[in-house]
Ligand binder design. Structure first.
Ligand code: FO1
Length: 308
């Protein structure tokens, strides 16, 4: 069964670790969000692509959910001592990835080529594609003006009230090579348990991707990142509210209507089943809290069982 996943960072990485351990990784294509990408110290940082790559090659710091395990932060401390920018915590070994990527991009290579090269070098079994080679950037509107996503999320701790969201550059972006084909030719498309607004929303904003989801003959299944009326982690609640969506599993179904076939919701949200159905998706109950590897594998097995 050929599967294509739409993925953000940490939540997606956990689910995909489970999926990759019970399917052939070569049958799995992952389309990663790049709208969180940021320029830090003149380096091109792609947090979600790196989180996915590190997670699926056993390198991720599982406690933080980003960066490398057993990392040190000496360069960051030295930067702070100089009075330089130190709010975004780049680890010493992680820096090599950003330097490698930045040099390759400056030499004229595309983000998709560089992502492939990094994956190959680190032994990544799945095919990881950025959603686009063109810059698309999530920007958050607050009462004090617009903020780049990492300024809102990391520097300001997701505290500013959210008035609006935009995906700057989306209008003129093209899907990266292979993205549309991966959606059109898959047997199943899985929307990972990621933030619908800042992880999946930017992927959907790239021209052609929504159309491919409409047209594909694949079964399209999503896993709700909202459990018990609250996001599993992060600011998805504030962002969904700002987009006029209820912070519920049904709100997720609404964000992905009308191309979604199945929505996996947590057992504690079973009362949402009818509301999910009203948005055209069939609800599937499962344990969706991925607090350890056994649960990651159990959720992947449940998804495969439903799809079979
Ligand atoms: N998230 C944080 O909350 N604080 C950080 O200092 C931070 C640094 C960082 C460095 C590299 C990287 O790949 C990711 C990093 N993240 C950090 C995570 C990341 O910014 C967000 O989790 C994602 O953008 C949301 O998907």
């Amino acid at each position: 069964m050929r599967a294509t996943a739409l993925a953000g960072g940490t939540g997606a990485a956990k689910f995909l670790r489970g999926l990759a351990s019970c399917t052939n990784p070569r049958d799995l294509t992952v389309i990663g969000n790049t709208a969180d990408d940021a320029d830090i110290w003149g380096l091109h940082v792609s947090p979600d692509l790196d989180t996915l790559t590190y997670a699926l090659t056993g390198r991720l710091d599982l406690r933080r959910g980003w960066g490398l395990a057993e990392e040190s932060f000496n360069a960051l401390a030295a930067m702070a001592a100089l009075g330089g920018e130190a709010w975004f915590r780049l680890g010493d070994r992680d820096l090599a990835t950003h330097i490698y990527r930045t040099r390759a991009l400056r030499a004229g290579r595309r983000l998709s080529e560089v992502t492939e090269a990094i994956g190959r070098a680190l032994g990544l079994g799945v095919s990881l594609l950025p959603m686009s080679d063109d810059p698309v950037r999530t920007r958050i509107q607050t009462p004090d003006g617009w903020l780049a996503f990492q300024h809102y999320f990391v520097r300001d701790g997701a505290r500013p009230p959210v008035i609006g969201i935009e995906y700057a550059g989306a209008g003129t972006a093209a899907p990266a090579p292979g993205v549309l084909d991966a959606i059109r030719t898959a047997d199943v498309v899985i929307v990972c348990p990621s933030n619908p607004i800042t992880s999946i929303g930017p992927i959907l904003s790239v021209p052609g991707i929504r159309e491919a989801l409409h047209e594909t003959t694949a079964v399209v299944l999503a896993i709700s990142p909202i459990v018990g009326g609250a996001p599993v982690s992060g600011p998805a609640g504030d962002l969904m509210r700002a987009c006029g969506l209820p912070v519920t599993a049904a709100g997720v179904a609404r964000a992905y209507a009308p191309w979604l076939d199945l929505l996996v919701i947590d057992r504690q949200d079973s009362t949402e089943r009818h509301a999910v159905l009203e948005f055209g998706a069939e609800p599937v109950l499962a344990e969706t809290l991925l607090t350890d590897h056994d649960r990651e594998v159990a959720l992947a097995r449940r998804v495969l069982e439903v799809l079979a």
